[in-house]
Design a binder for this molecule. Sequence first.
Ligand SMILES: [Ca+2]
Ligand SMILES: [Ca+2]
Length: 208
Amino acid sequence: MTTSGAVPEPGVAVALATGDWFTGAPVNQSPVARATATPGSGTAPLVVTFDGSSSSDPDGVIASSAWTFGDGGSAAGQTANHTYQTAGSFSARLTVTDNQGATNTTTLSIVVNPCATAPAAPSNLIASNGSGRIVMLKWSDNASNETGFYVERAEKAKSLQFSRIATAGANVTTYSQTEAAGTWVYRVQSFNGVGTSGYSNSATIRVR
Ligand SMILES: [Ca+2]
Ligand SMILES: [Ca+2]
């Protein structure tokens, strides 16, 4: 037997026999977050594919999915790719929200190991003049495991004492900045958690 009708007023007793159902206002059931990470571990930089498409809601639909990757990164959507640049253990979290605003979260553990070797050296460094006194550098990225690149500069008149002037991110192959008048020499190297590569060729340019 099923007793249907409005939710009873507070204080009003409703007698239900064993086996009876009271079908008043429905209570929203929470969604269930389910996620996979492929691969779950590997060497930095580690590209991980996250998939939360098997998440479900027993009485509705998943309205939105939000990821945090444990290293400061985040994304929205059922699936996401994320690159872990540095070694460490990370807790990636998927939070799903159903069509009535209820949420559920699941956590995945990602282990990123330090890369075993220093990256390959960049090459083909070219310096060119931009407008004003801007010097534009461009090089070839020969590494797949770099964290980034160091840019070094020397003043040609001062017997090539190089110093580091900038750090560029992974897979970046250009850098520019405004210089004083003079003749400048540049070189670039890549780096990661293990160490630095050798240097690229040097590129010399005169700024008037
Ligand atoms: Ca629901
Ligand atoms: Ca690269």
